[in-house]
Design a protein around this ligand. Structure first.
Ligand code: SAH
Length: 247
């Protein structure tokens, strides 16, 4: 009998941001394949009886290529296992969840998808930055700063739009280019920016600055991945609404 694959979002870090469904399935799993971004506290919820497999991230050294992860998921399920594929944040937001499911369909393996709190929602909440606000932003746009071919070639002119918040995932490596391009395409140099490092975890750090200074601020503070960029007037609210670690 073929088992099933559960593609599950683990949220951005704080284990209490797991959904009840994710938690239940995790404790029932036979096999769990997880990524670099899933924290130790969440991994410790997996029962000892389950086989835990770290499959890493394509950019790191100790990781399996995406095709092998896809094949492994299918083969573990075909052995009759209940397989959990655990990903940081939400599996359908910059998580390659779609690619993994396509392979399962080809192999005839049944699956379910459990959404997770994506980094944008988690980091914004824990940093005290509402992504929309009637006075500042009526839309929010999620982008990746790291394209498949390694470049950061974003639709710049569309990003310099009033009353829009930009949330950039994987934006630290290309930060210099991103900030310079936004200014070049018309963003005001004093546009507020926040860098949220390890958001929702006990090590969370938040650096606020402006788009013309953000690269220097990142350098001075040695900002590290995983980090999210939030760009827009809403960032000015952080000063007032900051709560995490404060009360
Ligand atoms: N599927 C994930 C995103 C994976 S891409 C999600 O929905 O959140 C990886 C990028 O997500 C990182 O480079 C970083 O930009 C962001 N990210 C994930 N977890 C984060 C965290 N705890 N704090 C800050 N950024 C995070």
């Amino acid at each position: 009998m073929t088992g099933k694959v559960y593609l599950i979002g683990a949220g951005p870090g704080d284990p209490e941001l797991l959904t009840l469904k994710a938690h239940r399935l995790l404790t029932q799993a036979d096999v769990v394949l997880y990524d670099r971004l899933v924290g130790k506290e969440i991994i410790s919820l997996i029962p000892d009886t389950a086989e835990k497999m770290y499959v890493g991230k394509a950019k790191s050294l100790h990781s399996l290529p995406q095709e092998e992860i896809n094949t492994l998921l299918a083969s573990k399920a075909k052995e009759g296992n209940m397989v959990v594929r655990l990903k940081g944040g939400d599996p359908f937001i910059f998580g390659r969840g779609g690619e993994e499911l396509e392979e399962l369909i080809e192999e005839g393996v049944p699956f379910e998808v459990v959404p997770g709190v994506t980094a944008a929602a988690g980091c914004a909440a824990y940093a005290g930055i509402p992504l929309t606000h009637r006075d500042y932003a009526q839309s929010v746009r999620f982008l990746t700063g790291h394209l498949k071919d390694g470049t950061t070639d974003l639709p710049w002119d569309e990003l310099v739009h009033p009353a829009q918040t930009l949330v950039i995932y994987m934006g630290l490596t290309g930060l210099k280019e991103i900030s310079e391009s936004l200014i070049k395409f018309g963003m005001k140099p004093t546009m507020p920016v926040a860098i949220v490092e390890k958001g929702t975890t006990k090590e969370q750090r938040v650096f606020t600055s402006t788009i013309n200074k953000v690269y220097d601020v990142a350098m001075q503070n040695e900002a590290k991945s995983p980090a999210l960029l939030i760009i827009g007037e809403v960032v000015t609210l952080q000063n007032k609404l900051e709560w995490y670690g404060k009360y």
